[in-house]
Write a protein that binds this ligand. Structure first.
Ligand SMILES: NC(=O)N[C@H]1NC(=O)NC1=O
Ligand SMILES: [Zn+2]
Ligand SMILES: [Zn+2]
Length: 450
């Protein structure tokens, strides 16, 4: 059999296997994975991956690219380039921070047009659940949303309202009927608003004050409440950005009771602490906030135990003017970390190298589980015949220090600038096409393998 492309001599990693092999690709799909593929004639292009690991392209389930409407904050082109550069081959864009938000068909179509034109990788779109749109959920499912996203506390964006309990309950009944899934930002409005007001009235406006104003108990309260709605409605539930293993444990217990629920955490909760936001300021501000080192270590234990299903970057960028300190008050800065380009680096440096997290586990939480949870498996999330030819080719031994110039973001700020990492995505392929190689994005029209 003749292929469009053969990747030879690499170490292939899936969620359950690690082995040396060749991969034959035709029409964007994996046709064959075997010990050795003999090249017939000269028509086969080859990539020699000797010394490198080939993993299923990462699926970033949680990004805010802000286009259309707030493209000056990021954009689908710059955002998707940053993902390609780091081995992510599919992203799910959140329904908010873009304007119009993705809360009805016209909002969906407006974003899809931009994404079709501009994304350098594969993508899907989240729909939103807001108090105003329960009747539009069905048309969004028909549009092909990957699921719905709701906030239990204010989102920071005026055009995307958070859901009160009645909206959540009604919405979840509807989403269950539509056999879709609800992803939830779970923090308690009551607790976070009261504490934030109190802190600021008392003039307590440091990074630590901000973190203390959104305590773990506020996440736990919201998670318990939304789990009870999931139990009552039968709605599939996904908790995004759990900042603590205490939150993860609530999900584990619910799974044991038979609730159809999964949980995501983000690279920043696995690598940064309150000390980092104290030092870096608003660049490291996010909601829920960073926790202490003990929590970081506990979260790694939860991850190693298989209690964390998915890693999403929650890339939520904003212009530098919104990520600086105003009046010495960190409460006023934008909450959101630019991290889309660093997920794999953090998991390799902090997980694989420092904490012995197996590569298969990293593949599972960055690709296989997201694909399974959101209905893309086995087209995505694995390396086997029939799947999309989406890969990250990784050099585990390449050391680098992240520089501002390396970032593809519209606004190249990141809490990880200056940090050293071991392990790098050296090439990314989407449906058999190289999209990133040797530090550069390959423009669509110039794709060649050799
Ligand atoms: N609107 C928005 O992107 N909010 C995100 N930022 C953040 O730090 N947490 C979020 O939910
Ligand atoms: Zn959120
Ligand atoms: Zn988010």
């Amino acid at each position: 059999m003749s292929y469009d492309l053969v990747i030879k001599n690499g170490t292939i990693v899936t969620h359950d296997r690690i082995f040396r092999g060749d991969i034959g690709i035709k029409n964007g799909k994996i046709m064959e994975v075997s010990e050795e593929i003999l090249i017939e004639g000269s028509s086969d292009n080859t990539i020699d991956a000797a010394g490198h690991h080939i993993i299923p392209g990462l699926i970033d389930t949680h990004v805010h690219f802000n286009e259309p409407g707030r493209t000056e904050w990021e954009g689908i082109l710059s955002g998707s380039k940053s993902l390609a550069a780091s081995g992510v081959t599919t992203f799910f864009d959140m329904p908010l921070n873009s304007n119009p938000p993705t809360v009805n068909k016209s909002g969906f179509v407006a974003k899809q047009e931009q994404a079709e034109e501009k994304s350098v990788i594969d993508y899907r779109l989240w729909g939103g659940l807001v108090p105003e749109n329960v009747s539009a959920l069905e048309e969004l499912v028909q549009c092909g949303v990957i699921g719905f996203k709701a906030f239990m506390s204010p989102s920071g964006i005026d055009d995307f309202h958070h859901s009160d309990d009645v909206t959540l309950f009604k919405g979840m009944n509807e989403i269950a009927r539509l056999n879709s899934i609800l992803a939830v930002h779970a923090e308690s409005t009551v607790i976070t608003e009261q504490l934030a007001n109190q802190k600021q009235q008392e003039g307590k406006i440091t990074a630590r004050d901000f973190c203390e104003s959104r305590p773990i108990i506020s996440e736990m309260e919201a998670v318990r409440r939304i789990l009870s709605y999931a139990e009552a409605t039968g709605c599939k539930l996904h908790i995004v950005h759990a900042s603590s293993s205490k939150v993860v444990r609530l999900v584990t217990e619910a799974k044991r009771r038979g609730v159809d629920v999964t949980v995501e955490t983000c690279p920043h909760y696995l690598s940064l602490t309150v000390d980092d936001i104290t030092e870096l300021g608003p660049i490291a501000k996010c909601c829920p906030p960073l926790r202490d080192q003990e929590e970081v270590e506990e979260l790694w234990i939860s991850l190693a135990n298989g209690e964390i299903d998915v890693i999403g970057s929650d890339h939520s960028p904003a212009p530098p003017s919104m990520k600086t300190m105003t009046d010495g008050n960190i409460f006023k800065a934008w909450g959101g970390i630019s991290g889309a380009q660093s997920t794999l680096s953090i998991l390799l440096e902090e997980g694989y190298w420092k904490r012995n997290i197996p590569l298969q586990k990293i593949v599972e939480i960055t690709s296989t589980n997201p694909a399974k949870r959101f209905g893309l498996y086995p087209s995505k999330g694995t390396i086997s015949a029939g799947a999309d030819a989406d890969f990250s080719i990784v050099n585990l031994h390449e050391n680098f220090q992240l520089k501002k110039e390396d970032l593809f973001y519209r606004h190249p700020h990141s809490p990880y600038i200056g940090k050293s990492f071991r392990g790098k995505n050296v090439m990314a392929l989407v449906k058999g096409t190289i999209v990133f190689k040797d530090g550069e994005i390959i423009p669509k029209e110039k794709v060649k393998t050799n």
